[in-house]
Design a protein around this ligand. Structure first.
Ligand code: ZN
Length: 317
């Protein structure tokens, strides 16, 4: 049976799968990324994991994998096949596509950015299935996005398109000018990421272990302090999304990541806040992501299958 190898490399775990032609997950596995062992050991671990999957697939399906796809965090040059920079893995200019292809005996490999790859899957076979233009936004430790146009993801000239988390939503000085990991201040992700909401709720509730999910539960229970924390995040998120929406005019806005797991506790006020802010723009369909944490693997599988057709999925300069 024809199949591809898919790998989704995260800061803590590598998720992997063998995927069939109709996106079916034929086999799934995961193991720790092991970043404490250093950047080179992480790469060696990925190559070994992929080789084990290749052997598993060949034994189970009677033929070698037709291709492989791999999604990684940080700055990715998909056209060159290079992981340009990944702060939490310690990578700089790793030619991962060619390393993996060589390790798999010449199997064709596609490399993608983690959020854009997950967005590709959500747009094509997940929450945005059938939509021609979408914006996917992941609210996790940080905030990142993917711009979907006609079945592919826009990567930008330098692999930086879709970085909605670094739109400055709260200019000015004082407590609103929160420093961001990117070097800027007042960025969206310092207000509306799951990590930002966790921090704000830990402070407001006085419980250092309280997180964004606890905050959502407290919102549902009617806690006014939680409602204030939540609304601040929703307002910042709506401000950032309206900027992106005004530029891109997507038909569907797909919101995923840890914070989106709050469901209507997030989506109801978010729809209201966006509706309140737009004037001439057409309101997009605003929907939760559908694929959960398999989106990255499914997207890596799409990248691999796309290698076997002429379909372009990520355009770089
Ligand atoms: Zn930033």
């Amino acid at each position: 049976m024809r199949h591809v190898i898919a790998l989704d490399v995260g800061g803590t775990a590598i998720k992997a799968a063998l995927i069939g032609p109709d996106h079916e997950l034929l086999h799934e596995a995961r193991r720790p990324t092991g970043r404490e062992r250093g950047p080179d050991a992480v790469i060696a671990g990925i190559l070994d994991f992929a080789a084990e999957l290749a052997a598993t697939g060949e034994a189970a399906f009677g033929e070698p994998a037709a291709a492989a796809g791999i999604a990684v965090p940080g700055i990715v040059d998909a056209a060159a096949g290079t992981a340009v920079y990944a702060a939490n893995l310690g990578w700089r200019d790793v030619p991962l596509r060619d390393l993996l292809s060589r390790h798999l005996g010449g199997t064709p490999v596609a490399l993608g950015h983690d959020v854009r790859t997950g967005g590709l899957a959500e747009g094509r076979i997940g929450a945005g299935e059938g939509t021609d233009r979408f914006l996917f936004v992941a609210l996790g430790t940080g905030i990142a996005g993917a711009i979907g146009v006609e079945g592919r993801i826009e990567a930008g000239a330098h692999g930086g398109a879709g970085e909605i988390g670094h739109i400055r939503v709260r200019p000015g000085s004082g407590p609103d000018a929160r420093p961001c990991g990117c070097g800027g201040r007042g960025c969206l992700e310092t207000f509306a990421s799951a990590a930002a909401v966790s921090r704000a709720w830990a402070e407001a509730s006085g419980d250092p272990d309280a997180d964004a999910a606890d905050c959502a539960r407290a919102v549902d229970a009617g806690d006014p302090r939680a409602r204030a924390v939540w609304q601040e995040a929703v307002d910042a998120l709506a401000d950032g999304l309206v900027v992106a929406h005004t530029l891109l005019d997507p038909r569907t806005l797909i919101v995923g990541g840890g914070l989106a797991e709050a469901g209507e506790t997030l989506f109801a006020p978010l729809r209201a806040a966006i509706t309140e802010r737009i004037t001439f723009q057409q309101l997009p369909r605003i929907v939760p992501a559908a694929l959960g944490d398999t989106a990255g693997c499914l997207g890596a599988g799409l990248l691999a299958w796309d290698l076997l057709t002429t379909h372009l999925t990520e355009v770089s300069a």
